[in-house]
Write a protein that binds this ligand. Structure first.
Ligand SMILES: O=C(O)CCC(=O)C(=O)O
Ligand SMILES: [Fe+2]
Length: 246
């Protein structure tokens, strides 16, 4: 795919669109129990400087609690026909602006400490200040997928401990997998194409692992990537983004 015809991830719907979007009251997300992190979090490189994973970010029991909670949210199936220049995405999705949940994911999970360590702080493109309040929940059932695309970097504001709103910019995508083959989900790998073409010989396919967090660089040097089709069971994902001060 030519860079000038980059297929983008579909833009979030406007904030006034439906009750399941930005202005809605945030859900009462389950508590992080047992308290996190459950293991010492260590970033493992998958593609140097572009893709890293953190295993056991959520323990399996917490993933199960989340999936049963998320099931009752008003998920909306993506219409089949994408807008011009947008990637085809077929999944069920819920999206909300929830700065307080983003802040919990940042400060109550060990994530902040894991990504601000001296040995990895250079990866993010600036001073990391938190997570994007725009929280997206995806459910992919058999036959559903997210076609190859690039993720954009966006200007956002991040709420700090003191309640201040910091001007920030998203630089990496975060995907937290809540299910995997261990839960009966077959397929659904997140696949990266380092050379910007969908060539099986170059692909880097990350298999789902329950509770694993994947981070990948986005914006101008985002790799072409896709969420491969799920062929059985359900793939559940929580998506947000890492933000740097702007
Ligand atoms: O579900 C996946 O594996 C990929 C999701 C994705 O690419 C996105 O949210 O932009
Ligand atoms: Fe993406």
């Amino acid at each position: 795919m030519a860079k000038d015809k980059r297929s983008k991830a579909p833009a979030p719907p406007p904030s006034s669109a439906t009750p399941s979007t930005n202005k809605a009251t945030p859900p009462s997300w389950p508590p992080f129990k047992p308290s996190l992190p459950v293991v010492e979090l260590a970033l493992e490189p998958v593609v140097p400087d572009k893709v890293v994973v953190l295993r056991s970010f959520f323990p399996r029991s917490l993933c199960r609690d989340y999936v049963s909670f998320l099931r009752d949210l008003p998920l909306a199936t993506t219409p089949g026909k994408p807008k011009r220049g947008e990637a085809m995405r077929v999944n069920d999705r819920f999206q909300i602006d929830d700065a307080s949940f983003a802040h919990r994911l940042w400060t109550e999970t060990g994530l902040k400490e894991a990504v601000t360590g001296k040995d990895v702080a250079h990866l993010w493109g600036g001073e990391v200040v938190g997570l994007n309040a725009n929280i997206r929940i995806y459910r992919y059932r058999a036959g559903q997928f997210f076609d190859a695309h690039y993720d954009d970097s966006n200007n956002v504001t991040v709420k700090t401990e003191t309640g201040a709103q910091l001007p920030a910019r998203t630089t990496w995508t975060l995907l937290l997998y809540l299910t995997s083959s261990a839960d009966g989900c077959i397929g659904g790998e997140t696949v990266f194409y380092p050379f910007d073409r969908r060539s099986p010989k170059d692909e880097v396919a990350v298999s789902l692992e329950t509770g694993m967090l994947l981070l990948h660089k986005h914006g101008h040097d985002c790799m072409l990537h896709e969420g491969r089709e799920v062929t059985a069971g359900e793939k559940w994902v929580i998506r947000t983004d890492l933000c740097i001060r702007r």
